[in-house]
Design a protein around this ligand. Structure first.
Ligand SMILES: Cc1cc2nc3c(=O)[nH]c(=O)nc-3n(C[C@H](O)[C@H](O)[C@H](O)COP(=O)(O)OP(=O)(O)OC[C@H]3O[C@@H](n4cnc5c(N)ncnc54)[C@H](O)[C@@H]3O)c2cc1C
Length: 373
């Protein structure tokens, strides 16, 4: 196999596939290479929250713009992918956290987000399923969730249907810039005019093949799911300190997440649940929603998430190269992935984006590095 294309994308999660779709729709020939099956890492194992109010303030407008795509996802992908927008709560269990929520809601409202504060009295009246340990909350009708399990096959079908050449289980031996881009894999060599790195937590390893250092730390996040239950969690719920996410999905099972850390390293791609940590996650869940106490956990799992030093994603040109781009590492990247994938596709296709991306310039940490020279 020795193929030419306009664009090669490395990594077929939500970023890579939405970038591929956008490029194909703009008439570009795209090769999407993944070293495993598409949709096999963070994009498939995440908790499915499409939260807006739990995002960093800078990312709130982006989450809302991404929702413009999520709201039309059934139409965009030609399939129901379990999108629900019933709103969500962000809760506080101490007065300090309540103050944090108040300040955060004011700032979020200034960006246009519909969010309101609830005090103890409001909570007792409106959310009897929340425990009395919850002292305050914010509610935004703009939060929701979707099913990563349903999005995966629907997105793949749309990408393949748009004419993208999908190359899976391909180990990349080298990436070179020599009169264009050359990617050597154990499934053949591919050439193109431009390259997009969309390899999630592994994007630093891909950038290193081109001699560029991209700072990315690793989180190993965990999720647990209960048996199917009667109505238990009234609406999607997250914690003011980002240590808990809860939702009850269409099949009536409850998903419990919140960034408690599992065990794993990137190199061997082995990740495991750390049960000591998971127990803390579950105890907190029960303190917030007591109805969870009587449910059995059916399954728990871990997944990798790449984290940048400022927790803002990378989106833009890599290093000094005019023909190499990166889109990776969004906190809440399932929520933001459709938009950021599309913006990356626009950037590669036209050199411009329909939303501002300066904040996400992958070169923003170069100054810090050279300051140590
Ligand atoms: C457990 C967990 C729960 C989460 N919950 C939520 C949530 O509820 N809501 C939310 O918004 N976000 C959530 N996230 C974050 C979100 O899932 C990620 O930010 C997002 O899916 C990242 O998408 P991606 O396309 O950048 O990366 P990935 O989905 O990880 O895709 C990267 C792809 O690159 C491929 N790849 C890597 N290296 C190479 C290489 N050298 N050559 C070829 N291919 C390569 C991989 O095989 C993979 O297919 C969660 C994450 C985890 C792990």
């Amino acid at each position: 196999m020795n193929a030419r294309a306009d664009v090669i994308l490395i990594g077929g999660g939500i970023f890579g596939q939405f970038a591929a779709l956008t490029l194909a729709e703009a008439g570009r020939q795209v090769v999407l290479i993944d070293r495993a099956a598409l949709w096999g890492e963070a994009s498939s194992v995440n908790a499915g929250s499409l939260g807006v109010q739990n995002k960093l303030l800078e990312l709130v407008p982006y989450a809302r713009w991404s929702w413009e795509m999520w709201s039309r996802m059934a139409e965009l992908l030609g399939a129901d992918v379990g999108v629900s927008r019933a709103g969500g709560f962000r809760i506080a269990m101490t007065d300090v956290e309540a103050e944090r929520l108040r300040v955060s809601a004011l700032a979020q409202r200034a960006t246009g987000l519909d969010v309101r504060l609830l005090d103890r009295g409001d909570l007792r009246a409106e959310t009897p399923w929340l425990s009395r340990e919850v002292v305050a909350a914010t509610f935004s009708p703009e939060d929701g969730y979707a099913s990563p399990t349903l999005v995966g096959p629907a997105l793949r079908a749309a990408v393949a249907g748009a004419g993208v050449r999908i190359v899976e289980h391909a180990r990349i031996a080298s990436v070179r810039r020599r009169d264009g881009i050359e990617v050597e894999t154990d499934r053949g060599a591919f050439r193109s005019r431009t390259l997009g790195i969309t390899a999630g937590a592994w994007s630093a390893q891909c950038a290193a093949m081109l001699g560029v250092t991209l700072p990315i730390a690793l989180d190993v996040n965990m999720v647990a799911v209960t048996e199917s239950a009667p109505p238990t969690i009234g609406a999607m719920t997250s914690h003011a300190r980002g240590i808990l996410t809860l939702k009850q999905v269409a099949n009536r099972s409850c998903l419990i997440g919140g960034g408690w850390q599992g065990i794993g390293t990137l190199d061997d791609r082995r990740k495991e649940v750390d049960y000591d940590q998971l127990v803390h996650n579950l105890r907190l869940a029960v303190r917030v929603v007591p109805g969870l106490a009587c449910l059995n956990i059916l399954r728990s799992w871990a997944g990798y998430e790449g984290v940048t030093p400022d927790s803002l994603p990378y989106l833009g040109r890599l290093g000094d190269y005019p023909d190499v781009f990166v889109g990776a590492c969004a906190r809440g990247g399932f929520t933001l992935g459709p938009l950021f994938g599309r913006l990356l596709g626009e950037l590669i296709a036209t050199g411009k984006t329909s939303r501002p991306i300066d904040l996400f310039n992958p070169r923003r940490f170069e100054y810090v590095e050279s300051a140590h020279d």
